[in-house]
Design a protein around this ligand. Structure first.
Ligand code: NAP
Length: 487
């Protein structure tokens, strides 16, 4: 397998006001290939000072950007989309290099991220206000939708391109400017996206990107009175900390946090379709997605058949370096992630769960975990209560619809849930009863730019994508026009 070089146009520095700059004190940190542990770049390690400069740049650029006709904003976003798609291959290679996912998945992520840019390029032209009947004959009521202002975007490592595109595109479409802090594990994909936005002609200061001293940057963003909104994708733990910090300045927040998705298979379901859905939901990105099936609940009568068929599929994965075209599953993001999976497994096995296949460490290296299936899992085990974020499918049993719903809802998470059934009435009943923001019915792949993505309960608030995705970046201003009288 040939080593992939960084594109020569990629600058691993901070983007502030249109300039790629090093950290003020010259410090850098290493970004590592999770498959090989080799250092692939030294990145500017920024802190509070650089963040203040980025906020200043975004603040200065905001009024001009907001004043641009929606058609101009849309055109620039569209050009950005075109450039991203024209660079799909190098962007995918870069993504695999820093994140580890197989190239086919990385290509898919680039197209998925770009689809949000395309969608919001279109939606930029459809930000409508209202006229509202007034209570008196000499009054009129009009509402305007105006940009929130400067938006801070903090994103995780599991989808280094798409999670950022999903935030920047609606922010810009609404007339906002952004300061972005991508995950320190995977900043290169963010820099590449920002570089292409510059090439597209998006003005200086509209998009700023930096990373480095995480808590310092976070504090500078949350405490700033110029930053009017924080949109965060990441863990529930960090989301709660940041939301609390945002309260001091009453910032608006969008919180896309952790999940604990139930995947329910009723005995009347098409079992092969359910297995295919479970594979797609569970093992994508080596199990490191917020909407991954975290608990697979299978009705008693079909439990053994489902377990056997899922195991057969798990055995078919080819674990390895994502940049090898044959590979269908890469490493976890780092050794700590693999250690967490091992810890959850040993807790489950100590309480009576059995490994049907895989789940263990691989000879490929300490970040690799064999995709696997765990049976005889019970709700008391930690593996059903915490996000696994690894390629382990825990199978629980249930014997009635009511029990399945109770098990599914027994968590503080509320992002995605899935169920498979052939019974139309049950589809309605169960979909209504599940306490989740997203429900896949006879479908394991639920995320796309046309649909509202987001959770309830401790999985956060706000929605990304769809026509609702702009609302989070807009304020409603009400104009009350009086003294109109009659001619
Ligand atoms: P994380 O530890 O919460 O980190 C996410 C981002 O927050 C990273 O950029 C991280 O920076 C930053 N961060 C951490 N502590 C911070 C602080 N005190 N101040 C400011 N920024 C801070 O989460 P992760 O482990 O990277 O990502 C996995 C989590 O994301 C999972 O829980 C997953 O479910 C969730 N997720 C949710 C969605 C969704 O749409 N709901 C989508 C994808 C992922 P550093 O990298 O520098 O630490």
């Amino acid at each position: 397998m040939a080593a992939v070089a960084l594109p020569d146009w990629l600058e691993p520095q901070a983007l502030i006001n249109g300039n790629w700059v090093p950290a003020r004190d010259g410090s850098c940190f290493a970004v590592v290939n999770p498959a090989t542990q080799q250092v692939i770049a030294q990145v500017a390690e920024c802190g509070a000072g650089e963040t203040a400069a980025a906020i200043g740049a975004a603040s200065n650029a905001q009024a001009d950007w907001a004043r641009r006709p929606a058609k101009d904003q849309a055109l620039l976003l569209r050009r950005w989309f075109d450039l991203v798609m024209a660079h799909q291959e190098p962007l995918a290679q870069l993504l695999t290099l820093e994140q580890g996912k197989p190239l086919a998945e990385a290509r898919g992520e680039i197209a998925y991220g770009a689809s949000y840019i395309e969608w919001f390029a279109e939606e930029a032209k459809r930000i409508y206000g209202d006229t509202i009947p007034a209570p008196g004959a000499d009054k009129r009521i009009i509402t305007l939708k105006q940009p929130v202002g400067v938006v801070a975007c903090i994103t995780p490592w599991n989808f280094p391109n798409a999670m950022l595109a999903r935030k920047i595109a609606p922010a810009l479409a609404a007339g906002c400017t952004v300061v972005c802090k991508p995950a320190n594990e995977t900043p290169l994909s963010a820099f590449a996206l920002a570089h292409l936005a510059q090439q597209a002609g998006i003005p200086d200061g509209v998009i700023n990107v930096l990373c480095g001293k995480t808590e310092e940057i976070g504090r500078a963003l949350t405490s700033s009175t110029e930053v009017r909104k924080l949109t965060f994708t990441g863990s529930t733990r960090v989301g709660k900390l940041l939301a609390a910090d945002c309260a001091a300045t009453m910032k608006r927040t969008t919180m896309e946090l952790g999940g604990n998705a139930p995947f329910i298979v009723f005995a009347d379901a098409d079992i092969d379709a359910a297995v295919a859905g479970a594979v797609a939901s569970k093992y994508r990105n080596a199990g490191q997605t917020c909407i991954c099936a975290n608990r697979i609940l299978v009705e008693d009568e079909i439990y053994d058949e489902f377990a056997a068929k899922l195991t057969h599929q798990a055995e078919a994965f080819v674990l390895g370096h994502g940049s090898d075209e044959q590979v269908t599953m890469g490493p976890l993001i780092h050794q700590g992630a693999a250690a967490k999976v091992a810890d959850l497994l040993s807790d489950a096995v100590a309480q009576g769960a059995r490994l049907k296949h895989g789940c263990g460490p691989s000879e490929l290296g300490s970040g690799f975990v064999e995709p696997g299936v765990l049976i005889d899992v019970t709700p008391q085990m930690r593996i059903t209560q915490e996000e696994i974020f690894g390629p382990v499918a825990p199978l629980l049993r249930f014997s009635s619809e009511a029990e399945a719903i109770d098990l599914a809802n027994a968590t503080q998470a509320g992002l995605a849930a899935y169920f498979y059934t052939a019974d139309a009435a049950r589809m309605v009943r169960v979909a209504e009863a599940l306490e989740y923001g997203i429900v896949g019915i006879n479908e394991g792949i639920v995320s796309n730019e046309m649909a509202p993505f987001g959770g309830i309960k401790e999985s956060g608030n706000g929605r990304e994508g769809s026509r609702y995705g702009l609302d989070d970046y807009l304020e409603i201003k009400y104009l009350c026009i009086g003294g109109i009288g009659s001619a």
